[in-house]
Structure formats: structure tokens, C-alpha cells
Design a protein around this ligand. Structure first.
Ligand code: AKG
Length: 264
């Protein structure tokens, strides 16, 4: 599966302009050698304009979802559509979506772990639905959003459900960029699967973001790691058979004895 990740700078509080940016980028990457799947970052329609989300959140995500479905069908690609503020029953969620080549919304996930350092709980509601997996071109995959990366149980849960690759959609700050790299490598190594991340670049409200969108293989090696501070497209192919190979070579899933260390 050929993947193209958009390491994007986001125009704060301007969904229409960001949608245009994404539409142009998709058109650009699909022009010559179209990827199978494109990946967008966290909160890409608005950036972290938490104070403005009451006005900017989309009621049912219709405008953005509509655009992504249209792009998926027009270019015959899968879209791991990043996340954006979505209002439902009066609450705002940081919601990620996945759309297949047929233009069908096949998975959505509301960020579960809200970031205390950003007081996210004052503006957003944490997701309450179970994190599951989805299939793209017959491959089982999962996704998480930014701060979720700090919770190894979540990723292990996705691996145990059969995920062979997990997407990480983020606006991760430069101040903790070593955590960004090490945690992704660790999650890839411990779960023996691909990690594909899309992080934003640029800055907002005095916070600089760290880019370094990446693809890490099931052995923990970087297939590709983007720069720290400029917009970039990460293109790489996943060899899903490598997951099986690594799991056979170091069979950690067969060696687990969670009954002795996980609370009942
Ligand atoms: O966990 C971190 O250090 C960054 C988390 C974050 O910025 C986010 O989830 O948006």
C-alpha cells in the first residue's frame, strides 16, 4: 500500500481556506503516481483555536466529510481524513474519519484522552466509544490522535484486535519532540506493526509544532521521517507481510501472560 502523508501548516480558524489547501494537495499528489491512501493531521480545519470552536465546529461534519468523500471518489483513493472539531448533541468532539475509495465513511473515532496541559476538557468532550479497527484494501488498521500516543494500552488493544498498521494524527509541539519520536518507535516495536503519523508544522499561539511526520516499520526502523519545520509530503509503501515476519521472528504476542500483571 502506497501512502502519502500531508505534513501541513494549518491556517488558524479558517476552515474554508484549509479545505482548499487540502483539496489542492490531494490533487497534486494524485496527479502522476497516485497513492492508495492519503493521511491528514489532527484538527486540520481550524488548528487548536479552542476558544473559537463553539462557532467553528461543524454540526455534523457535513462540509468537510462531503469534500473528503468527493476527493476519495474522484481520485479513487482511501483517505485517513485527520480530525476536526465536530458538534454533536451540543458537545464538541475532536473527531477523526476514514473514507474508502468508494467514498464511504467506514470509521470514525473521537479522541479519548484530552490534554490536561491545554485544558482541553474545558472545550472538548472525550470520546466514549470503543476504539476499533477498520480495513483499507483488505488490510486491518487503527488510528489514534496525538496525546493518545502516551497510552500504550490503547495501541496494544488495537494490535490485539488485529491492526497491522496504526495512524497517528497530531499537532505535537516542538517542546516534547523527543517523546514524539521515541514513543512512535516504541509503539511500533512493542506491537510489531507499522506506525504512520501526520503531524502539523508551523506555530499557533506561541506554540511551535515539531513536524517529523513519519512511517516506522514493525522492526522500529524509520521508513521515512519528515523535516521539523516545513510542509512536506511523506510518500512510502507499506509491506504488510513484514508484520507477519517480525511477529514470527520475535513472537511477543505468544509470550504474553497478562493474567499475571494486568489488574482483573
Ligand atoms: O502529549 C503531548 O505532549 C502533546 C499532546 C497534544 O498536543 C495533543 O494531543 O494535541
Amino acid at each position: 500500500m502506497k501512502i502519502a502523508v500531508y505534513q501541513m501548516d494549518i491556517i488558524p480558524g479558517k476552515p474554508e481556506q484549509n479545505r482548499k489547501k487540502v483539496a489542492n494537495w490531494v490533487e497534486f499528489v494524485c496527479k502522476e503516481d497516485p497513492p492508495d491512501t492519503v493521511v491528514l493531521p489532527e484538527m486540520w480545519t481550524t488548528a487548536y483555536t479552542l476558544d473559537e470552536l463553539e462557532d467553528l465546529a461543524e454540526d455534523t461534519s457535513e462540509t468537510t466529510i462531503h469534500l473528503l468523500k468527493e476527493l476519495a471518489v474522484r481520485f479513487q483513493i482511501n483517505i485517513v481524513g485527520g480530525s476536526f472539531a465536530t458538534k454533536e448533541h451540543g458537545k464538541i468532539y475532536n473527531r477523526a474519519v476514514v473514507i474508502n475509495r468508494a467514498g464511504e465513511l467506514i470509521y470514525q473515532y473521537d479522541k479519548m484522552h484530552l490534554v490536561p496541559m491545554l485544558n482541553e476538557h474545558l472545550y472538548l468532550e472525550g470520546g466514549k466509544n470503543s476504539a476499533g479497527i477498520f480495513e483499507l484494501d483488505g488490510q486491518k488498521m487503527g488510528l489514534i490522535i496525538c496525546y493518545d500516543l502516551r497510552f500504550p494500552e490503547l495501541m496494544r488493544g488495537l494490535a490485539l484486535q488485529g491492526a497491522q498498521a496504526v495512524f497517528v494524527l497530531a499537532e505535537w509541539p516542538e517542546a516534547r519532540s523527543n517523546h514524539w519520536k521515541v514513543l512512535q518507535q516504541a509503539r511500533a516495536i512493542e506491537n510489531q506493526m507499522y506506525i504512520i503519523s501526520s503531524n502539523r508544522v508551523g506555530e499557533y499561539d506561541g506554540v511551535e509544532f515539531c513536524g517529523h511526520s513519519m512511517i516506522v516499520d514493525p522492526w522500529g526502523d524509520f521508513v521515512y521521517i519528515a523535516s521539523q519545520n516545513k510542509e512536506e509530503t511523506v510518500v512510502a509503501s507499506l509491506t504488510i507481510e513484514k508484520v507477519k515476519e517480525v511477529r514470527e521472528n520475535v513472537p511477543v504476542f505468544n509470550s504474553r501472560t497478562p493474567q499475571y500483571y494486568l489488574p482483573h
